[in-house]
Ligand binder design. Structure first.
Ligand SMILES: Cc1cc2nc3c(=O)[nH]c(=O)nc-3n(C[C@H](O)[C@H](O)[C@H](O)COP(=O)(O)OP(=O)(O)OC[C@H]3O[C@@H](n4cnc5c(N)ncnc54)[C@H](O)[C@@H]3O)c2cc1C
Ligand code: FES
Length: 282
């Protein structure tokens, strides 16, 4: 079973893990994900491969505690083993070389920019990371990203660090030529509402944009149909056809509706876990 080598809290609800997983590290590419399972009979959840080190045989993931399973993952620490880590799954992010690539990250999505920026900088692209958060305390991995790309643009809603405003406002300024200048390609990874706003920002000026869709997944291998997203009017499975798609072709209305389909059951699962924890604490 893959062993956790290092963990640290990035925010009160976001945890960084470095995991010993040489077979996954050997073939991982930017944009891919793993399916994690932490207990027998438990659900599998998809988590992006934030980074990988082929020499050390390790992968990095960043998990935000939002429900029962992510809470169980975040309870693990260095030395613990994870029952299953399957991957790498999904397709890699494909962008023609030689241009200005701008990665836009929000929440745990900023973590996925680590390997993306490193790989694209190494092959000679100009690279900019735009990181957004509500406030300075919720920003993650800015210091780790600085050596991996040419520019890091920080945006906070309350102005406590960097540009005061949304990532889309800073992106619009860049498209108009400000700061690092107009990107040729944008890759947005983060909350669905943010990815949709990025798609609307780049649609008019015609900047090619990819979004990393995060629908509900069950198997992660194209068998259940749970991760269906509508792209250019066609049903696509995010786990095998994505998770990255042309942002201007994604039907975000349907995607956002589908992600809320099991809110009641998800709350029940979290309540059950909290009950169990309270019983054990007594
Ligand atoms: C390809 C892919 C990559 C992902 N990468 C990461 C990652 O690197 N780090 C990370 O923390 N999370 C990531 N996610 C989201 C993560 O899989 C979900 O947060 C997790 O499955 C929730 O499980 P849970 O049992 O803890 O919470 P649940 O009880 O299932 O859900 C709790 C809350 O989170 C919402 N939620 C559940 N699943 C998703 C989802 N897929 N997207 C958005 N909201 C969701 C629910 O609507 C609910 O409000 C990724 C998802 C996909 C599809
Ligand atoms: S998660 Fe089952 S088809 Fe994609």
């Amino acid at each position: 079973m893959p062993r956790i080598l290092e963990t640290r809290m990035l925010t009160p609800v976001t945890k960084y893990f470095r995991i010993d997983a040489p077979f996954i590290a050997a073939s991982a590419q930017p944009g891919q994900f793993v399916m994690l399972r932490v207990r027998d009979g438990g659900e599998r959840i998809p988590i992006t491969i934030a980074d990988y080190d082929r020499d050390a045989g390790t992968i990095t993931i960043v998990v935000q505690d939002v429900g029962a399973t992510t809470k169980r993952v975040c309870a693990l620490g260095a030395g613990d083993e994870i029952l299953d880590v399957a991957g790498p799954l999904g397709g890699k992010i494909e962008i023609a070389p030689g241009g200005h690539v701008c990665g836009v990250g929000g929440g745990f999505g900023s973590a996925a920019l680590l390997c993306l920026m490193r790989e694209f900088t190494a092959r000679g692209d100009k690279t900019t990371a735009i990181l957004g958060a509500r406030s300075k305390d919720l920003l993650i991995l800015a210091d780790e990203l600085r050596p991996l790309c040419h520019n890091v643009e920080i945006c906070t809603d309350d102005g406590s660090a960097g540009f005061k405003g949304f990532v889309t406002q800073r992106l619009a300024q860049m498209i108009d030529g400000d700061g690092p200048g107009r990107p040729d390609h944008v890759v947005a990874i983060g909350p669905m509402a943010m990815m949709r706003a990025v798609a609307e920002t780049t649609r008019g000026p015609g900047v090619k944009t990819l979004v990393s869709m995060d629908p509900l997944m069950v198997d992660g291998t194209g068998m259940c149909g749970g991760c269906r997203v509508n792209v250019a009017g066609k049903a696509q499975f995010a786990c095998v056809d994505g998770p990255c798609f042309d942002a201007h072709q994604v039907d975000f209305d349907v995607a956002m509706r589908r992600n809320k389909a099991y809110v009641k059951e998800e709350k029940q699962a979290l309540d059950r876990l909290t009950c169990m924890e309270n019983r054990e604490a007594r």
